[in-house]
Design a protein around this ligand. Sequence first.
Ligand code: XMP
Ligand code: MG
Length: 178
Amino acid sequence: MRKKVHDRYFVPYKSEQDIQKSIQAVAQRITLDLKDKNPIFLGVLNGSFMFAADLLRLLDFDLRISFVKLASYAGTESSGITTELIGINEDLKGQTIVIVEDIVDTGNTLEKLIKMLKAQEVADLHVATLLYKPKAYKKEFPIDYVAIEIPNDFVIGYGLDYDGLGRNLPNIYKIDNP
Ligand code: XMP
Ligand code: MG
């Protein structure tokens, strides 16, 4: 069913079942690689809350969970200038970290976060993302754990928003180009 959010229409793109299957595959790979590493999973708010909740319930080994938020200057949202990391109150030095993202697009946001984490001298840094737009990605850092690769379409649902709306949708929708 087509859905109107603000001024735009969106069409169903990935069902709840598709999403869960993709997350299960990623959870298996993460388990194989990291089960003995005692990792800290850092969910990036707001978009990753649903993915983090589903992914982390599938991981049955010792791990820690934290959420962080990137603060950006008002008015520069589109350029994604991030300045500060809110919510890290653990010592990350020497730890294995897995960043949990909703979507990696150009990689600008991720790169800033990675720089901030590297400054804290983490031992080992990985990225798990629900969605990845390989054609938009412009950075070098490898994206280890991708649940779903998508083309350069704007998507909402399952944590992702269009101007604040749509995060609660259980399915992923993509924009219906006129
Ligand atoms: P960059 O380009 O820094 O973008 O990798 C990452 C951030 O941009 C937002 N983004 C999206 N949000 N649907 C969304 O709801 C999309 O298709 C989309 N593409 C990028 C998102 O906030 C992400 O963290
Ligand atoms: Mg985001």
